[in-house]
Design a protein around this ligand. Sequence first.
Ligand code: FES
Length: 116
Amino acid sequence: MAARERLICTSAALADGGDGVRFEVARHGACEPAFAVRYCGRVYAYLNRCAHVPVELDWELGRFFDLTGHYLICAAHGAHYDVRDGRCAMGPCKGARLQAVEVFERDGAVFVREEA
Ligand code: FES
């Protein structure tokens, strides 16, 4: 399947362990809500859909990290996800995963790679 690259935000918009950037990604012929965050210097992105019940994760728009700044947390029932692989480490869907979205940085910007 053909893929295209699309700008999400500047690299500076994603502070390490800070607020995420929400965006939409083309997947299976539809537009899906997604988000990107930075953790330990690297950008990670996932569909904005909890593995427990398919609701968006952020407890305020763009707020995905728990208070420690080490886990992504679902506002609905508190599932904690490992930022690095999207695996639920604690909560009602322990062991399930968020769906990763392919992103990369180039020339001070963050891009998503999605279906053309
Ligand atoms: S909907 Fe996310 S933990 Fe229940």
